[in-house]
Design a binder for this molecule. Structure first.
Ligand SMILES: Nc1nc2c(ncn2[C@@H]2O[C@H](COP(=O)(O)OP(=O)(O)OP(=O)(O)O)[C@@H](O)[C@H]2O)c(=O)[nH]1
Ligand SMILES: [Mg+2]
Length: 360
């Protein structure tokens, strides 16, 4: 499951977005709350799962999920940087205030999204700088005790990180070889995490996000940040999401939006992270699973259960297109040679429908 941490200045709409994404009208998630942290689970919308469900009529269908965490009322990122839920996150979602509303004061006074992007980036950079410096100190001490090639290598990579950070650049802009990336894994640097900037637009701008970005001078602030952006209008979209489903589409259409905020933010997150989905189907359950692109069949099996990965024998794979073209009939797909038997190392593709054979 994908984990995302919501960051942003106070009152930028983090909780509103969390509610929009987890489709919980009130469900324990309060705006302006002061609880330690708030967690929401977003169900990943995927029309392919809907189609499979219609074909197999299983007892239940289970979408892939994204877990979202907000640390309530933090005001900036620095205070929350040691919190494990952020260190563990696969991605950070920065909720950026672009809406005008005099009833909702902005900490920084005026609404200035470029400044806020820079400020949040600086918070992440400062936190990482602290981590890098502490680690370098430890390495120096250990190096006095005895020489180790691996220690020297680690010191070299962390020095490189420190320089990048001191120059004011987030670590996600650094391109490291796989060996060095592995050396850094244990530190979970926040500025190394993929960043999705969620532009919380004013209602008036929702149909023209490009114009809003231009007026806010944001293009420059985001250049070189290696971040993706996605526009939302959290408050009004949350109101719409609470309407009966048949009304939602009409209201979104009125605003000039083709898709729900949920679908747009999730799609942007998947794009940013390079995530794909595979499916398992049957009479009991049809289910979608998310994995990083280029995941092996054995690791994909592990997403379902570690026993299936351990006892992995073969993956029986058919593509979504092939199976749905034959109305969900495995015998018909077999007859046409569309069901393949793949081994551990097979690289799972988006839309693969997989039946894992494993020994217990
Ligand atoms: N006009 C307008 N108001 C919004 C929008 N998004 C959020 N708000 C309002 O802004 C206020 C703060 O929203 P929250 O979602 O609680 O913001 P937050 O970032 O979680 O705030 P803290 O957790 O206190 O830092 C609430 O009154 C929201 O209704 C928006 O898109 N437009
Ligand atoms: Mg909040």
């Amino acid at each position: 499951m994908l984990r995302a941490g919501l960051i942003g200045l106070p009152s930028t709409g983090k909780t509103t977005l969390l509610r929009l994404l987890s489709q919980s009208g009130d469900g324990g998630v309060e705006t302006g709350g002061r609880a330690e942290s708030q967690v929401g689970v977003a169900r990943v919308p995927d029309p392919r799962l809907d189609r499979l469900t219609a074909l197999f009529k299983p007892k239940r269908h289970v979408p892939a999920t994204v877990e979202l965490t907000e640390l309530a009322g933090q005001g900036g990122a620095r205070a929350l940087l040691d919190v494990t839920s952020f260190r563990d996150a696969d991605a950070l979602l920065h909720v950026l205030r672009m809406f005008n509303d005099d009833r909702v004061p902005h900490v920084a006074g005026t609404i200035d999204p470029s400044r806020d992007v820079r400020q949040m980036e600086d918070e992440l950079i400062l936190a990482d700088l602290g981590v890098a410096e502490r680690r370098l100190e430890r390495i120096r001490q250990d190096q006095k005790k005895g020489k180790s090639r691996e220690l020297d290598e680690e010191a070299r990579v962390i020095e490189q990180c420190r320089t990048t950070l001191e120059d004011g650049h987030p670590l996600r802009t650094l391109s490291l070889d796989p060996e060095d990336t592995k050396r850094l894994r244990g530190f979970s640097f926040l500025s190394a995490k993929p960043l999705l900037v969620v532009l919380n637009l004013d209602e008036a701008d929702v149909a023209d996000p490009a114009g809003a970005i231009e007026r806010a001078g944001l293009a420059d602030a985001l250049t070189g940040a290696a971040a993706e952006t996605v526009p939302v209008c959290a408050k009004i979209e949350l109101e719409i999401a609470q309407l009966p489903p048949e009304d939602c589409a009409a209201f979104l259409d009125d605003l000039g939006l083709v898709d729900s905020g949920l679908a747009r933010v999730i799609r942007a997150s998947y794009r940013l992270l390079g995530y794909i989905s595979f499916f398992t189907v049957g009479e009991d359950e049809c289910r979608a699973w998310s994995i990083p692109r280029a995941t092996s069949a054995q690791n994909a099996a592990g997403e379902i259960h570690s026993d299936i990965a351990r006892g992995f024998i073969r993956a029986e794979v058919v593509s979504y297109d092939a199976l749905t073209a034959r109305d969900g009939s495995y015998p018909a797909c077999r007859e046409h040679g569309e069901v393949r038997l793949e081994g551990k190392e097979y690289e799972v593709r988006d839309g693969d429908i997989i039946n894992f054979r494993f020994a217990t």
